[in-house]
Design a protein around this ligand. Structure first.
Ligand code: ADP
Length: 516
């Protein structure tokens, strides 16, 4: 049976020596130690062997006929295949070894005869280790070079995509939501120059009314993860308002957590969508009115008496037609408000009267759902469109009632205060920014209902946004109420927002200046 070292030799050593005794001695000594040994007596044969299968190390006699050791070594070093092989010179007793020359032609070491077994082995081991380390270093270096090459290529690719993307792209720091870089498409859509954008936040540049929410989304990116197609309003440098969708991804730039923001301008799509919705709504109104008329006639029994089953079916048809009518009216209402076709007819009105009228209008619904309505009227004069404010308050009360359980309570009340005393950070921000008059009334509508999740607190004020997709079916809403409320409040230079705790209830705030 072969011993282990023969099966897996430690290294391949080529011995070139013209003295057969030396060859035999070295060969036996090294084989004994587990090396694979090839021995040749001529320099030229040695060169051929080394070139055919490069060994790990060469032991090379200095004095040989035809081609001496120095020449052999020079040849080895001149050949790419053999250049890196460590060469140890051997010199016989009495030979003059030109050490300087030995090193000059590329030798790494020398041994003089008579051989000391330990010394020979130690030197061989030493140079094999050095060679091995060299090879490892070379491999690592090559790998590093490859990685650098790959990375440079990837960066070039990213830079190309970044620069030529038709979609606006921006990179902002997570810590402060400051822009680090934006692409030409971003500059085109915003109207700003690179110098004006870099190092600034969206709020500093006044890129729209949602900039605070936008910055929050960036800062919460590490916690909440990527964000896809979130809708924002975007103000360009010239003041044009665009509707954009933003997707965000967390990236690491040289150890700095950043947000990669990809923007999609959907202004035109939205305009067409709105046009389509309003067109369809207009077209639906006429047949719907006639359907309602027909259902009324049926219900009044003017076309014959209906069976009990018929009455039931009629009632379902009426409820659904009414819902559809409400939806169509809400859409048209909102569209007219947005396009400025509806003017607020402002006059002096009393806040207490508004609260009481709205509560009375909702009393029947509250009774039906066994919700208690509590009103805390406040007598103070307000310059506003009473009908539109009552529409707002009834909608907020209706939501409060709808999303409560039997036995729950809904409160409506108001306070007059100085702008500085209102406790909403968002609200204070707007107040200082827009310079509201010092006195205003804050109307609150509070319920003990199911509450609204944190991430929906803002978007429920957008069209057709509901916490639960089944809300419109189950609760009979259209998803347009809050959008209409917001529009009315904004047309009074006011502000509407909500605070809520899931499972505990919600409080809607309507802040209105007392004077125009
Ligand atoms: P809807 O006609 O569906 O009530 P709104 O625009 O008035 O439309 O409200 C949008 C959504 O906001 C509702 O569908 C509901 O999911 C949520 N919402 C509004 N008010 C409340 C509230 N008081 N409690 C819980 N959820 C509410």
């Amino acid at each position: 049976m072969l011993n282990e070292s023969l099966k897996f030799p430690k290294a391949d050593i080529l011995v070139i020596d013209d003295t057969p005794e030396n060859l035999n001695l070295l060969s036996a000594m090294l084989t004994e130690q587990g090396y694979k040994v090839r021995s040749v007596t001529k320099g030229s044969t040695g060169l051929r062997g080394a070139n055919a299968v490069p060994p790990d190390l060469i032991l090379l006699d200095v004095n040989m006929p035809e081609m001496n050791g120095y020449e052999v070594c020079q040849n080895l070093k001149a050949n790419d295949r053999t250049r890196e092989i460590p060469v140890i010179f051997i010199s016989a007793l009495g030979d003059v070894l030109d050490k300087i020359k030995a090193f000059a032609v590329g030798g790494v070491d020398y041994i003089t005869k008579p051989f000391q077994l330990e010394e020979v082995l130690a030197r061989i081991e030493n140079h094999l280790t050095i060679r091995q380390l060299q090879q490892q270093l070379q491999a690592q270096n090559q790998q590093l070079q490859q990685e650098i090459h790959d990375r440079t290529k990837a960066e070039e690719k990213f830079a190309k995509v970044f620069r030529s993307s038709p979609n606006p792209i921006a990179i902002a720091t997570v810590s402060e939501a400051r822009f680090l870089d934006v692409n030409p498409s971003f500059l085109r859509i915003s109207g700003y120059s690179l110098e004006e954008v870099i190092g600034h936040t969206a709020t500093e540049l006044d890129l729209g009314k949602n900039t605070v929410a936008f910055a929050q989304k960036i800062q919460l990116l590490p916690e909440n993860g990527s964000l896809y197609n979130q809708e924002f309003e975007f103000s360009t440098k010239s003041g044009e308002v665009k509707i954009i969708l933003i997707s965000m991804e967390l990236i690491d730039l040289a150890g700095v957590p950043c947000a990669l923001l990809i923007v999609n301008d959907i202004t035109e799509r939205k305009r067409l969508e709105n046009e389509f919705i309003s067109l369809v709504s207009h077209e639906l109104r006429t047949p719907l009115t006639s359907t309602m008329g027909a259902l009324d006639l049926l219900g009044a029994g003017q076309l014959g008496t209906l069976t009990q089953q018929g009455q039931k079916v009629l009632s379902i048809a009426t409820t659904n037609t009414e819902r559809l009518m409400r939806l169509v009216n809400d859409i048209l209402d909102l569209e007219r408000m947005k396009s400025g076709k509806i003017f607020m007819r402002k006059a002096k009105c009393n806040v207490a009267e508004l609260l009481i009228t709205a509560t009375e209008a909702m009393q029947a619904m509250a009774d039906k759902l066994q919700v208690q309505l509590i009103v805390n009227p406040l007598t103070v004069e307000l310059w506003a469109d009473a009908d539109r404010l009552i529409q707002t308050l009834t909608n907020l009360l209706s939501n409060g009632i709808k999303f409560s359980e039997p036995g729950d309570r809904v409160w409506i009340g108001a306070i007059v205060s100085e702008s500085k005393t209102v406790e909403s950070p968002e609200n204070q921000h707007s107040l200082t920014k827009k310079n509201y008059p010092p006195n205003y009334v804050l109307i609150t509508i509070q319920d003990e209902g199911r509450g609204i999740p944190e991430d929906k607190l803002q978007i429920i004020f957008e069209r057709f946004q509901q916490v639960d997709a089944s809300d419109s079916r189950n609760k009979g809403g259209t998803g347009l109420g809050l959008a209409i409320c917001r529009n009315i409040v904004q047309q009074h230079n006011g502000k509407i927002w909500v605070q809520s705790i899931l499972g505990e209830g919600s409080t809607f705030y309507v802040l209105l200046p007392l004077t125009d």
